[in-house]
Design a protein around this ligand. Structure first.
Ligand code: PLP
Ligand code: TYF
Length: 394
């Protein structure tokens, strides 16, 4: 039977990780996969996570199953972090998921069960796993304009023009904060306009929020998501704890569904539990438990938020210094957008040839669409990158 399987396209970001590892050059710089790295290139376990793990090890008396939708205390804690008080608890269906990806997948399956004909609208560009999962599920999808390749900012006029064509029941996938791969984000007034448009069209927002705390801060990064969730009758939100809690391999995420009334919430909640059961039964609990412990303990929470803030401001500093280094070399503000972008990524706007040139000649690895992971830089490599960008003629 296996002979009937077909070759499938590899994930370019993951393929790049292997190419980087295989490169013997000492001066190589990894700006590829979206994993946070400190100045020494390490991806540390966060302090609060370590403390919570110790507490958990001492206090945990059983490993028995939790509940099909995960431990409700985790759902309450993480939905509180993402949504604040934007949505009443009795309108919010919650299900723990293996990572943000699990939450996106489950959201799409829920949509497929409810409205199989719906088209999912994706930003151009978006995280490659979005179209990949939608294609795998056999759902309809299309794109809306998002990134202006000239200004390297959001093409908001183009986005709104394209979203005019959204039909009732269609799903519009939005990045809650720190757009991947571009780094260009909506302002709060723009979120407001998008919310009004979706409301008029009777469309359903699906918000992927994987970088809360990496952009302008924990509250500011959730503001757009909260605005939409409070305004629209139905919203789906897929949250990931991989980046902001550094829990990558623990696979910690949450799917939130905002329902229009208590009856609809109960039905949605039951459907989410059913979907978990079909796909993997009980969701993983270790990372979820750590997140819940951290968020519910004022001391752990303060320590976590402080460390996350160090990460955020560190990346902002790298952005400013890279933009300055390019200003000094080019005598222009052409690369000023790097300091304006937010989150882990910026799309440089280099051609695939220029990206390949920087890898071959300067040992600088970025994704083929010229997405750079800013956290992969440090004080020493900023100048190397600035030189390479100029040398490649970007
Ligand atoms: N969505 C986006 C845009 C991402 O970049 C990521 C990152 O890895 C995720 C979702 C979810 O990641 P995970 O499944 O590791 O939580
Ligand atoms: O975009 C990134 O680099 C991160 C990590 O299939 C990632 O979101 C990349 C590819 C992938 C899963 C996670």
């Amino acid at each position: 039977m296996f002979e009937h399987l077909k070759d499938l396209p590899a994930d370019k970001i993951i393929a790049l990780m292997a190419e980087y590892r295989a490169d013997p050059r000492d001066n190589k710089v990894d700006l590829g996969v979206g994993v946070y790295k400190d100045a020494s290139g390490n991806t540390p376990v966060m302090r609060a996570v370590k403390k919570a793990e110790k507490q958990l090890w001492e206090a945990e008396t059983t490993k028995t199953y939790t509940a099909l939708a995960g431990d409700p205390a985790f759902g309450r804690a993480l939905s509180g972090l993402v949504l604040g008080d934007a949505v009443e608890e009795d309108l919010l269906a919650l299900a723990a998921q293996p990572g943000g990806t699990g939450a996106i997948h489950q959201a799409l399956e829920l949509i497929q069960m409810a409205t199989p004909e719906a088209t999912v609208w994706l930003s151009a560009p978006t995280w490659p796993n979005h179209p990949s999962i939608i294609r795998h599920l056999g759902m309809k999808m299309t794109e809306y304009r998002y990134f202006d390749n000239e200004t390297r900012a959001v093409d908001f006029a183009g986005m709104m023009e394209d979203l005019q064509k959204v039909k009732a029941g269609d799903v519009v996938l939005l990045h809650g904060a720190c757009h991947n791969p571009t780094g260009a984000n909506l302002t709060l007034p723009q979120w407001d306009e998008v919310a009004t448009l979706l409301e008029t069209k009777a469309a359903v927002p699906l918000i992927d929020i994987a970088y809360q705390g990496f952009g302008d801060g924990l509250e500011a990064d959730a503001a757009g998501t909260r605005l939409v969730a409070a305004r629209l009758p139905e919203t789906l939100i897929a949250a990931s704890c991989s980046k902001n809690f550094g829990l990558y391999r623990e696979r910690t995420g949450l799917l939130m569904a905002v329902a229009p009334n208590a009856k609809s919430k109960a039905l949605t909640q039951a459907t989410l539990a059913h979907l978990n059961r079909q796909n993997f039964s009980f969701p993983p609990d270790h990372g979820a438990r750590l997140v819940q412990m951290i968020l519910d303990d004022p001391e752990l929470r303060a320590d976590w938020a402080a460390e996350l803030e160090e990460v955020r401001t560190g990346m902002l500093g790298l952005r400013t210094r890279l933009a300055d280094a390019l200003r000094a070399r080019t005598g222009s503000d052409r690369f000023g957008f790097i300091a304006e972008h937010r989150g882990m990524f910026s799309r440089l706007g280099a051609t695939p040839e220029q990206v390949a040139y920087m890898r071959d000649k300067h040992a600088i690895y970025m994704v083929g669409d010229s997405r750079m992971n800013i956290a992969g830089l440090n004080e020493n490599t900023i100048d190397l990158l600035a030189d390479a960008i100029v040398d490649a003629g970007v």
